[in-house]
Every structure is written in structure tokens, then in C-alpha cells.
Design a protein around this ligand. Structure first.
Ligand SMILES: Cc1ncc(COP(=O)(O)O)c(C=O)c1O
Length: 450
């Protein structure tokens, strides 16, 4: 595979994918291992390299899904795989002490992310946000947690609310799951993103009881909602004034937008941060890090009181993959990031000029390598703005792109990811297909007639 071939343009012909999905559905509830993996038509993938993936029926796609974000260098990066395998040949989890590699990774993160004085490793973003919130509650002796509508921080009870809420549920606590302990949500407050007034009013009322404020610094769960600098400044000021812990959940943004996280771009120093996904190009590893006085509450220290456990934490293969990924991201004075930003801008400007030419009410938005096409006339600065994006247009656009061999996230409002393996030619092929799909939809008067 030379990474430059034209993606195939599938008709249905998904016989093998269908057969595997039927069997999967008998054995795994819904046929998948994570809820957002359900797709409209069965697609089973058997190979992934660079910017491409192949399904069980032999179709090739240019991939912008990127497994929800970890893939930053491209699928199956040979250098990352080799680094992980080389370590695996010598060492697997032993369960005592620290490995030299863990120490090296911790030192690397501390050098790259100035707010991180100490760091601990776990396996997933959900674990990392759980630990960050728990240690914030322990250190402050308070219970309240503030999050923002539209932000996702994982599946655990502390944060399982108000991610994708219907308009009728806005303004109230909206659990994302049955079985969440109601008492956990009693201690949650949910606010609109970028709304300084609402935030300052809450902090004036309850700030002394707020243990932590957590946010995705760019809400990529609903596409690409950028924070205003004033909003981030207000969060920092008010949390400092009340002694609350400011947590940047950089599980998507960290290492993808900058080696120092989005916090480096914004010039804000949070108290704690969580990282995962792009740190290791697909290997399972996450990190929680920040102020030493907070991190020292974890009982990885003899006098620490906040439980931190995990059989697979710091597993050597993932740590080696993270080090190799960071090596590549650091090489050439940030050449990979410069390239990702250039590709992202090419995609955004290309998409915007297509919808402008066709007279469609749509906004292309990106932050570096993450891009989204919202089918709305509004600038998207909040969850309410994002909700105005027309889902029927997105679904029809997505279907047309998949049929032409371009894999994007199958839900309205979800983001897409470029990787260092994508080429300008990939982007141009994508833009041609997008123009074809959108022009077809526009000619038919919109998705209702497709
Ligand atoms: C911002 C953010 N935080 C936390 C998580 C949870 O990470 P994980 O799926 O690794 O548990 C995600 C996952 O998509 C995320 O996007």
C-alpha cells in the first residue's frame, strides 16, 4: 500500500462485514465493545496503515475517524510499533517498583507541560479524570464538581452527565447512563461553556464548596468549540480565588494540538491535567499530572491517602510507544505539528469554500488537525450553537462520504482527525468527494429527498 492510492468507491457488497457483525451481535451486546462504535451499516475493519483502513470486504477508506483520536502519526506507525515490540521482547508488567521507561516518560511530560510537576500513569482517559477529580476532592475537603454542557470526561459516575443533551434537558442534570449513583450527580453543577457570567455567578454563590472545575479546553466531543481567552482567564481567576482545583481534560487536545497541550496555546496553567489518546498513537496509556502538592496526596506515596491503583498502569509497551510517539512529535522542532496544522487549515478552507460556492448554510471549523463541518449558519461557541447543526444534512453527507471511501465519525457534531500520514492529495481527494456529495444534496433540495 503506497498510501497514495485512490480510495475505492464501494457499492454495498458488505457480505463479510455483515456476517461478522451478525456473529458479533450474538456474543457482544449490540455487537461492539464501546457504545459509539455502532454504525448504520455493518463495517468490520481488518487492516489499518497510515491514513488508510480496509474493511473485511476489501474496501479501502481514507480514515478521519482515527479511533476517536489516538492515531496522530497514522495507523500502525512502524517506529512506534517497533519501539513497543522491542521493549515487549525484554520486559512485560512485573508489578513492583517503577521502570526506567516510566521515569523517562514522566520527565519528558514534565519538561513539555509546564503545569505538570508530578505525574502518574493509568490506562484510559476515564481513569485519569476519575483520579484527578477524586484527588481534588480529597485535597480540598470539598464535594462540588463543576463541568460544562457538551464536555465528555469518560464513563464514570462523577462525570456521566450532560454530554449530548436534548434541548429539553438543557439546564438540568442529564445523566448519560442508567445506574449512575444519584448522589454522585447531587454534587455536580453543569454550566454553559464560554459563559463567564454564569460561571462567575455560580462561583460567587458556591465557590467555597467547589472542589474542582473540569473542562475540555476545546470541546471536541461536540466537534470543535473553542474557548474564548476571557472565559479561560475567568476560570483561572475564580478557581484561584476560591481555592478550587482547575482541571484541564486534555485527553483529546494533549499532544495533538501542541506538545504542551492546549494549555500551552492558551497560556493558562491548570492545577491538574489529564492526557491520553495522542500521547501513544493508539497504545493504551493515560496520565494525570499537575501541582506536586496535589499529586502528593496519592497513596503511591507512603503517607498519601488517595487510592491510586491499576495492574496495567505504566505497562512497558505503552510507555515505550508513548516515548516513541513523543520523539517523533518533537523531531524537527515540531515539524509534525506544523504539517498537521497546515493540513487542517487546507481541509477547513477547502470545505468552507465548497459550502460557500453551493450557498449552503454550513461552517467548517478546525483546531489544527481536528476539523468538523457544522450544518448551521451560526458561529459555534456553545452547546446551544452546536445543536443548531442540521443532523439530517450531516447524516446524508456522512453516508455519501462513506460510500465514496472516506471514513468520518458517524454522528452529527462529532469531530474528524487528520494524522501525519495524511497527504495534501488525501485532503484534495476528500474535498472533491465532499463537493460531489454536497452538490448532489443541494441539487436535490436537501437530504429529505435522498
Ligand atoms: C475529553 C475526553 N476525556 C476523557 C475521555 C475518556 O477517555 P477513555 O475513552 O480513554 O476512557 C474521552 C474519550 O473520548 C475524551 O474525549
Amino acid at each position: 500500500m503506497n498510501g497514495r492510492s485512490q480510495p475505492s468507491a464501494p457499492a454495498d457488497g458488505l457480505a463479510r462485514s455483515r456476517a461478522i457483525t451478525d456473529l458479533a451481535t450474538e456474543l457482544l451486546p449490540g455487537g461492539v465493545s464501546s457504545s459509539l462504535r455502532v454504525v448504520e451499516r455493518p463495517r468490520v475493519f481488518v487492516r489499518a496503515r497510515g491514513s488508510r483502513v480496509w474493511d473485511a470486504d476489501g474496501r479501502e477508506y481514507i480514515d478521519y475517524h482515527a479511533a476517536f483520536g489516538p492515531i496522530i502519526l497514522g495507523h500502525a506507525d512502524p517506529v512506534v510499533h517497533e519501539a513497543a515490540l522491542e521493549v515487549a521482547r525484554e520486559l512485560d508488567p512485573v508489578g513492583l517498583g517503577a521502570t526506567e521507561l516510566e521515569v523517562e516518560l514522566a520527565a519528558r511530560i514534565r519538561r513539555l507541560v509546564p503545569s505538570v510537576e508530578k505525574v502518574l500513569f493509568s490506562n484510559s482517559g476515564s481513569e485519569a479524570t476519575f483520579h484527578a477529580i477524586r484527588v481534588a476532592r480529597a485535597a480540598t475537603g470539598r464535594r462540588l464538581l463543576v463541568k460544562f454542557q457538551g464536555c465528555y470526561h469518560g464513563w464514570h459516575d462523577y462525570v456521566a452527565a450532560n454530554v449530548v443533551s436534548t434541548p429539553g434537558r438543557l439546564g438540568s442534570i442529564d445523566p448519560t447512563s442508567a445506574g449512575v449513583l444519584p448522589q454522585a450527580l447531587d454534587w455536580l453543577r453543569v454550566l454553559p461553556f464560554n459563559d463567564i457570567e454564569a460561571f462567575e455567578a455560580l462561583m460567587a454563590r458556591e465557590g467555597e464548596d467547589v472542589a474542582a472545575v473540569i473542562l475540555e479546553p476545546v470541546i471536541h466531543t461536540i466537534g470543535c468549540v473553542l474557548p474564548t481567552p476571557e472565559f479561560l482567564g475567568a476560570l483561572r481567576r475564580a478557581t484561584t480565588a476560591t481555592g478550587s482545583v482547575l482541571i484541564f481534560d486534555e485527553v483529546v487536545t494533549g499532544f495533538r494540538h501542541d506538545l504542551g497541550g492546549y494549555q500551552a496555546i492558551a497560556g493558562i496553567r491548570p492545577d491538574l491535567s489529564t492526557f491520553a489518546k495522542a500521547i501513544a498513537n493508539g497504545y493504551p496509556i493515560a496520565a494525570v499530572g499537575g501541582r506536586a502538592d496535589l499529586m502528593d496526596h496519592f497513596n503511591t506515596r507512603p503517607d498519601g491517602t488517595v487510592l491510586f491503583g491499576g495492574t496495567y498502569n505504566g505497562n512497558p509497551m505503552s510507555v515505550a510507544a508513548a516515548l516513541a510517539t513523543i520523539d517523533i512529535l518533537e523531531a524537527g522542532d515540531g515539524a509534525v505539528h506544523r504539517r498537521l496544522y497546515a493540513l487542517g487549515d487546507r481541509m477547513r478552507t477547502g470545505l468552507q469554500s465548497i459550502v460557500d460556492r453551493l450557498g449552503l448554510p454550513a461552517r467548517a471549523v478546525n483546531q489544527g488537525s481536528v476539523f468538523v463541518l457544522y450544518f448551521t449558519e451560526r458561529d459555534v461557541r456553545s452547546y446551544e450553537d452546536a445543536l443548531t447543526s442540521d443532523a439530517s444534512w450531516y447524516v446524508a453527507f456522512h453516508r455519501g462520504m462513506t460510500e465514496r471511501g472516506f471514513l468520518m465519525l458517524p454522528m452529527n457534531l462529532k469531530r474528524n482527525h487528520l494524522t501525519a500520514a495524511h497527504t495534501e492529495e488525501d485532503v484534495d481527494l476528500t474535498l472533491q468527494a465532499a463537493e460531489d456529495v454536497l452538490a448532489g444534496l443541494a441539487a436535490r433540495g436537501g437530504p429529505q429527498d435522498t
